[in-house]
Design a protein around this ligand. Structure first.
Ligand code: URP
Ligand code: ZN
Ligand code: ZN
Length: 465
């Protein structure tokens, strides 16, 4: 077979292990993985020398909000800047949350989200469908599964956005997931107690004294823990598959581990920011910039989440990318309840997990690939097209230099923000080259892809990992 590109001499990492091997690409697929593929096959093939480099499957970020109308503004990374940022960070597939507007049907929401994305995306992508009006959306779930969207999302909070789902809706959605072979993603925080704590602290005196620290103070760990516990109970009762998004607490990880030991069909992701940032940041002058939802927690939570990743109860690292500029964040005007909540993350996902996970020996390279590439693909119904380096898989491949650290500087990044939670951090694991379906989209750490290159991916039913 004629190869278009042969990546030679690198160390190839997959979820199963590592090998010194060449990777040959024909068209948009991986054609072969093995030794000596370049011998006698050079005719016309582009040879990429990866000696001394790591070769991994493209990252998959399963939790992204691009161009999301939220907190009185719209998240600043659109489907163009967001996917350029992803590419530069070695992420070749993302899953965004398609959010209905008011009473919009799921099908119309899907179409509207495709219209926003299709001409702009530089990497492959798909959607989780948000269920914000149970009476309208519940009966529409089967159709969306048929259309290739087998994962749904509900929020236990955000009444003011019109997104909140009550227990009745969550229980019923899990029943539907069981019937349809689908999976329910839950934002787990206890709305009632959270609202009570917010109201108690929402005084001019406390806001003057504590500023953005109130964001952390009003969301103690039990806010997440109680909600996860409740969702787990409904999952066990209905046998509907449950995936807790952006889990941020040690308490949550304990609950998930216990539930999995009982055989409950529950999974949990965490996000890069919960592994490396803590709530002391709220004290600084720029403390409000770090406001995200749920908020960053404590060092002890970080340690527990790393442990959960290593042991397995935390199966995926995502980003919950929801970027806002300084100007947007300034809308808070000293009131933490008005902070546009979210951070940029796509460009730094792999570098954060590699630098703070692998280089600090919290994770092996194999676990790094599992958590950032292969598990997301398997769990979200994209495997083996995505998430691995194997014959027949899409040629989504990242080459990085394991030793090269780059100082994070928002001014040099693709992401559309004028700040970074990791400004000045030195991170290894940035993509030197990124291939998306065989096309080079990052070369020498610079984006060289194309708007509209990304394809929408119909998905199979969520799988096991
Ligand atoms: O702060 C965040 N995460 N914003 C996005 C919405 C959400 O809850 O995921
Ligand atoms: Zn959320
Ligand atoms: Zn989110």
């Amino acid at each position: 077979m004629a190869y278009d590109t042969i990546i030679t001499g690198g160390t190839v990492f997959t979820a199963d292990g590592q090998q010194k091997a060449d990777v040959a690409i024909s068209g948009d697929k991986i054609a072969a993985v093995g030794k000596g593929l370049a011998k006698g096959k050079k005719n016309g093939a582009n040879i990429v020398d990866a000696r001394g480099k790591y070769v991994i499957p493209g990252g998959i970020d399963v939790h992204v909000h691009l161009e999301l109308p939220f907190c009185g503004t719209v998240s600043s990374d659109d489907f163009n800047t967001g996917t350029r940022a992803a590419a530069r960070g070695g992420v070749t597939t993302l899953i965004d949350f398609a959010m209905p507007e008011g009473d919009q049907s799921l099908e119309d929401t899907y179409k509207a989200w495709r219209r926003k994305a299709d001409d702009k995306v530089c990497i492959d992508y798909c959607f989780h469908m948000c269920l914000t009006r149970w009476n309208i959306h519940g009966p529409q779930m089967a159709k969306l599964v048929e259309m290739g969207c087998p994962t749904f999302k509900q929020f236990m909070i955000y009444a003011s956005q019109g997104w909140q789902a009550n227990d009745r809706a969550i229980f019923s959605a899990l029943e539907n997931c069981k019937k349809l072979g689908a999976m329910l993603l839950i934002h787990a925080e206890s709305a009632g107690v959270l609202d009570e704590l917010i109201e108690r602290h929402h005084t001019p005196a406390l806001m003057k004294e504590l500023g953005a620290q109130l964001h952390g103070i009003t969301r103690p760990n039990f806010i997440e823990a109680e909600a996860i516990q409740r969702a787990v109970k409904w999952s066990e009762a209905t046998k509907g598959r449950l995936y807790i998004v952006h889990m941020s607490t040690a308490d949550g990880a304990d609950i998930i581990r216990d539930a999995q030991e009982r055989g409950a069909p529950v999974l949990a992701e965490t996000c890069a920011q919960y592994l490396v940032l803590d709530d002391s940041l709220f004290k600084g002058e720029d403390g409000h910039l770090y406001g995200c939802c749920p908020q960053i927690k404590k060092k002890s939570d970080q340690d527990r989440l790393w442990k959960g990743l290593k042991r397995g109860e935390v199966c995926v690292v995502s980003t919950d990318t929801c970027s806002f500029t300084r100007e947007q964040k300034a809308m808070w005007e000293g009131d933490w309840t008005k902070i546009p909540m979210g951070m940029p993350g796509l460009e730094t996902l792999l570098p954060i997990v590699y630098t703070h996970g692998v280089l600090k020996e919290r994770l092996s390279m194999k676990q790094f690939v599992q958590k950032c590439c292969t598990n997301p693909a398997k769990i979200m119904g994209l495997y083996p097209r995505k998430g691995t380096i194997a014959k027949g898989s899409d040629a989504d491949v990242v080459i990085f230099d394991p030793d090269k650290k780059i100082k994070v500087d928002h001014a040099k990044m693709e992401t559309n923000t004028d700040w970074s939670p990791y400004q000045g951090w030195k991170l290894a694991g940035f993509a030197e080259k990124t291939f998306s379906r065989g096309r080079l989209i990052v070369d020498d750490y610079k984006f060289c892809g194309e708007n509209g290159w990304g394809q929408w991916l119909p998905r199979k039913k969520p799988g096991k990992f």
